[in-house]
Design a protein around this ligand. Structure first.
Ligand code: CS2
Length: 512
């Protein structure tokens, strides 16, 4: 195998010898906002299958929000890059080859608006992370105190995703061509939520400025929901070298991904859609169930593994889940707390799904980092935990393991004085970090911090802010982590969750 260490031999149509490269699409029918690794290893792969089946006008124009790196890389490579599917049994490469152009929104803000308005674009897709939707954590509604939203409402080139969509649709309303906005982020009811935020933006414009666009939205714009799933880590220098060895050229934009992939989509498109089923996407009326299953069982448990793993000094998710204590905690949260809060899709077997999750988290070749999953916990947990907590408390059970997840998050993000959560926690970034650090510096103990963060800041929304017994439990477990270590807190919460399950079973059996 040749070792390519020279990035000047760039991957592209002329140099692609180690992987098959499909014919380029004839034109772009999709505008995609958020050109990160996830989009490139998920939607792009499904779109490649649809293009190969004859949908050649479904190429993608990719828009990165601020960073030049991917845009520069794929432009230097005829818009090509490889997806490296990685499992313990090896690596295999595919080249989606569906992008026809790419640019950076921060450099060409007016072009984002004109692209949304372009009638050739029939679907606008989004992977802008939970953080990219400008909603208030407390209310779930458009955050009209956010400086980006305030400035986008005032006019000029918009910088927030919701502002870009709303301004683009406002312009598009003039000729009225139908379009679909498809969120591919891990938000509950992501289509409905995106549609509401765009409408709130238009309604907040002065006078009747948004009226025509609002009427156009009712007539001709669809916001279907979708559930996306594929574990996609960050690209490493080692992966680039390994991939170059196979490709025979340097692919700066290669993306690692697990073999598993899933996409469930509500089939409600206003201006046509690619045949994504060619790549295995499922069009279903049960998207809400798929989303709940994914956001709670996979993502919710993922957060537990990330925070507890980081506190145990584990750099990776497979390293963390290999520890018996963390595997027990993950099984407990999944079976006893997230599981009962989910209506599973009719064609998914819960036990098989659970086993598949453990196998996926254990993919040791993938190197998925605890820091990556732990990052942005304030917005991620806001999607993952409030409803399962409410459903447990409302049926008389304390969700000890979700309380432990939350305590783990606070221990990583806002260490109380004298507590060192270690390097992986320190590397997690979060928009709430600074506010939490201020609270941590002046909190008496874990209980005090938990109350000031969850009730005081409404960190995970208004409903959770009022769930005092849950917040107390988070505080107790945080104090246990700080005083006796994370293993002690895992032991204590797993025993409490077992005991509460037995108690419930006995209560059900006892004749009255
Ligand atoms: C993870 C997700 O970073 C995270 O919070 O839980 O990115 C997860 O890997 C994907 O949603 C899997 O589809």
């Amino acid at each position: 195998m040749p070792v390519i260490e020279d990035p000047s031999v760039r991957f592209g149509r002329a140099t692609a010898s180690g992987a098959s490269v499909p014919a380029a699409p004839s034109s772009a029918g999709i505008l995609h906002l958020g050109l990160g690794n996830f989009h490139r290893a998920h939607q792009a792969v499904y779109t490649a299958a649809a293009v190969a089946e004859g949908g050649r006008d479904w190429g993608i124009i990719g828009v990165a929000s601020r960073s030049r790196s991917v845009v520069d890389a794929i432009r230097a490579q005829d818009h090509l890059y490889s997806v490296a599917e990685i499992s313990p049994s090896g690596m295999s490469l595919t080249v989606p080859g569906v992008h026809t152009d790419a640019f950076v929104a921060a450099e060409q803000p007016a072009r984002v608006v004109s692209s949304v308005a372009d009638p050739a674009i029939r679907v606008v897709t989004l992977t802008v992370t939970e953080n990219g939707y400008s909603y208030s954590a407390s209310t779930g509604r458009l955050d009209t105190d956010d400086p980006g939203v305030i400035s986008d409402l005032r006019g000029g080139d918009p910088t927030t995703t919701i502002g870009q969509l709303a301004r683009g649709l406002q312009r598009r309303a003039a000729d009225g061509a139908p379009v679909t906005i498809l969120s591919c982020d891990n938000l509950a009811a992501n289509g409905e939520h995106t549609g509401s935020l765009v409408r709130e933006f238009l309604a907040a414009l002065p006078g009747s400025e948004g009226a025509e666009a609002l009427a156009y939205l009712d007539q001709s714009v669809a916001f279907p929901s979708s559930m996306v799933d594929r574990i996609v880590p960050a690209t490493t220098a080692k992966l680039r070298r390994d991939v170059a060895g196979v490709l025979g050229a340097w692919d700066e934009a290669t993306v690692p991904a697990e073999p598993f992939t899933m996409w469930a989509i509500e089939d409600r498109f206003a201006g046509g859609r690619p045949a994504w089923e060619a790549g295995g996407a499922v069009f279903t009326d049960e998207v809400g169930r798929y989303e709940q299953m994914k956001v709670r069982l996979l993502n919710g448990t993922h957060s537990l593994i990330a925070y507890l793993g980081a506190l145990r000094g584990e750099a990776t998710i497979p390293g963390a889940i290999a520890l018996d204590s963390i595997e027990n905690a993950a099984r407990a949260v999944l079976r006893r707390e997230y599981g009962p809060s989910v209506d599973m899709p009719s064609d998914v077997d819960p036990r098989a799904y659970e086993e598949q999750l453990f196998e996926r988290w254990g993919n040791s070749a993938l190197g998925h980092r605890t820091t990556q999953v732990g990052t942005d916990g304030s917005v991620k947990l806001g999607q993952r935990i409030p409803q399962p907590v409410a459903s447990a408390l409302d049926s008389g059970r304390m969700p000890h393991m979700i309380a432990l997840t939350t305590a783990g998050y606070l221990a990583c993000m806002a260490p109380l004085s004298g507590f060192d959560p270690g390097p992986h926690a320190a590397a997690m970034t979060d928009s709430a970090r600074e506010r939490l650090a201020v609270l941590a510096a002046t909190s008496r103990d874990g209980r005090d911090l938990a109350h000031r963060a969850i009730a005081g800041l409404h960190l995970f929304g208004q409903d959770l802010a009022e769930r005092t017994p849950f917040i107390d439990r988070v505080g107790e477990l945080l104090d246990t982590i700080v005083r006796y270590g994370v293993d002690a807190a895992i032991g204590e919460s797993v025993s409490a969750s077992e005991a509460s399950e037995h108690l419930q079973a006995r209560t059900k059996e006892t004749p009255r």
